[in-house]
Design a protein around this ligand. Structure first.
Ligand code: CA
Length: 470
């Protein structure tokens, strides 16, 4: 351990899929500054969210608990700001703490950010251009500019003005690259004359998948031409040509807003270098979940498929973590808080459900480290994306998903034709998840094994099965 307690710079973006980072082997863009974090530390190749949607994943990260425990099961559920969070724990142990950017866990006396000395956050989703910010003194900031630059400006100003006699924990939460993907002037024409490669599963016909998965409204044709694509569909295109055109419009804007994140992360990393603080500062880069980048023909997230489930996660701490290392151990978002507390020498309270993976960062691996993870998406058929509620288990080799099609809470929702549907994927033979083998010959043994593991994990985290699932 270093003599001085480490600082923390926790950078989280919104909907940044791992396969849009060059350190994860992106085929569609370069992220040189984000790659600096991976090159200087450890990249996690099996980091997963426990619920692939904004507010619930943020609540899981801050509280170290699953959504049925912290209560934030949907996008619209505020986080009770009297709950324990790891930033508040750091503050109680002497760190100066601040959060800038996206909060998205509610507003008002019971839901404003707590555990931070200073905050300035976007109301709700916020805007890309000339966003309004709210701050801890009930002030409203309207200085104007581009959201990713402004959030970084706030971070740098706070770092400059901090108390240099105490360690700091800074939370830089970018709005980008959340829908509706509005680039800044600097990146507006990036990729203009290029064709971005299409993902391998772009033309996935979804045959054999659960009926409710085939019915989700996250296809290229579900993108809004005006708000999402900012263009008029050219006349005379065939359906396939229009789908291709929509992908190019969508993905280029997505990658342009990612490019701004990359530039701005570079500014933060440069600041640490110039201040001589890089060695003793833990830098984390993650996103609240993944995203479909045309994979399976989709945009958005929510489903337990890999592109949505996987979170980018890179952790740099030169005093402790060996540069340029990777881990394929399964870690989940509820583990982030306890891990950081552990690295910073602060005890983790026993109610926290996540587990510290600091031993993995130290180059080891506890013998009893989990070989599986539990997932649950609660927001059944939200109206816009029509994604069904589901839960499931992912191991190193397989994934079992149960769509229990809960119509509860959806006004006017019809009883589904199939109350419960299952999907089973062999991730070794079928890493793209295009072959649902549930119910196929010779899958009985693995299905039983995964079903038992799902039941075990569900009970272990204190969740209960849906009553329709036998
Ligand atoms: Ca998100």
């Amino acid at each position: 351990m270093a003599s001085a307690p480490p600082n923390l710079v926790f950078i989280m973006s919104d909907d940044h899929a791992a396969h849009a980072l060059s350190c994860y082997g992106s085929r569609i863009n370069q992220t040189p500054h984000l790659d600096r974090i991976a090159e200087g530390g450890m990249r996690f190749d099996a980091a997963f969210c426990t619920n692939s949607i904004c507010a619930p994943s943020r609540a899981a990260i801050l509280t170290g608990t699953y959504n049925h425990v912290n209560g934030v099961t949907t996008l619209d559920t505020p986080l009770d700001n009297t709950l324990w969070t790891f930033p508040a724990e750091l503050r109680a142990h002497g760190w100066q703490t601040a959060i800038f950017g996206k909060w998205h866990l509610g507003h008002g006396a019971n839901a404003d950010p707590s555990g931070f000395d200073t905050w300035r956050v976007l109301p709700g989703q916020g805007h890309y251009h000339n966003p309004v910010f709210l701050d801890h003194e009930r002030g409203i900031d309207e200085r104007g500019g581009y959201v990713t630059d402004l959030i970084t400006d706030d971070c740098l100003d706070w770092l400059d003005e901090r108390d240099q006699s105490r360690p700091f924990a800074l939370f830089c939460h970018h709005k980008a690259p959340h829908r509706t993907w509005e680039p800044d002037e600097k990146h507006f024409t990036m990729y203009e004359d290029e064709e971005i490669p299409f993902p391998d599963t772009f033309r996935d016909d979804l045959v054999g998948r659960a009926e409710v998965v085939q019915a989700v409204r996250m296809r290229m044709m579900d993108l809004d031409p005006i708000t999402d694509l900012k263009a008029t569909v050219p006349p005379g295109l065939t359906l396939d040509e229009e789908i291709d055109w929509r992908y190019q419009r969508y993905i280029k804007d997505y990658l342009r807003v990612v490019a701004s994140i990359d530039d701005n992360v570079g500014r933060l990393l440069d600041w640490l270098d110039d201040a001589g603080l890089a060695d003793n500062t833990i830098v984390v880069y993650t996103s609240d979940q993944g995203f479909f980048l045309g994979d399976h023909g989709w945009f958005d997230k929510r489903l337990m498929y890999e592109e949505s489930l996987a979170m980018p996660l890179m952790i740099r701490h030169p005093e402790r973590v060996t540069a340029g290392t990777t881990s394929d151990d399964i870690v989940v978002n509820v583990d982030f808080g306890p891990t950081l507390l552990d690295l910073m020498g602060v005890d983790v309270p026993s109610h926290v459900q996540g587990r510290s993976f600091a031993p993995i960062l130290d180059g080891g691996r506890p013998d009893d480290w989990p070989e599986s993870m539990y997932y649950r998406y609660w927001m059944h058929n939200d109206g816009a994306h029509a994604v069904p509620a589901h839960y499931g288990v992912r191991t190193r080799t397989h994934k079992l998903i149960c769509y229990y099609n809960d119509p509860l809470g959806q006004p006017g929702a019809q009883e589904p034709a199939n109350p419960v549907e299952w999907e089973l994927f062999d991730l070794v033979a079928d890493p793209m998840e295009v072959d649902n083998i549930h119910g196929k010959p010779d899958t009985e043994a693995i299905t039983l094994e995964l079903r038992a593991e799902l039941d075990r994990l569900q009970a272990a985290v204190g969740d209960v099965p849906h009553p329709d699932v036998e």
